[in-house]
Design a protein. Structure first.
Length: 92
């Protein structure tokens, strides 16, 4: 794990680009081969890559710092789920 952490900390941009493309394209390829509509999941690739890399590179403290602004949302979480569901239903 230390070798992976040092690789990520030494090359953060390259690690992010490779992981973001890998997640996004992996999910989009699943969309093409699967019967369900999962095309919108690929758009979360960069966000998931950032969360994964911060978790590996900086640990729990880094994740807390990255995700702490979520506490200051001005709307309830239900409204965000409603917006996502409307966006998903209009794309299918």
């Amino acid at each position: 794990m230390n070798k992976l952490r040092s690789l990520i900390n030494d090359h953060p941009l390259i690690s992010f680009v490779i992981l973001a493309y890998g997640i996004s394209w992996g999910l989009w390829i699943l969309m093409i081969t699967a019967t369900g509509h999962i095309n919108w999941l690929g758009s979360f690739g960069p966000s998931l890559a950032a969360i994964i890399l911060v978790g590996i590179g900086q640990g729990r403290a880094g994740l807390k710092k990255l995700l702490s602004p979520i506490k200051f949302w001005r709307f309830g979480v239900g409204w965000y789920f409603l917006c996502l569901s409307v966006a998903y239903s209009s794309s299918s």
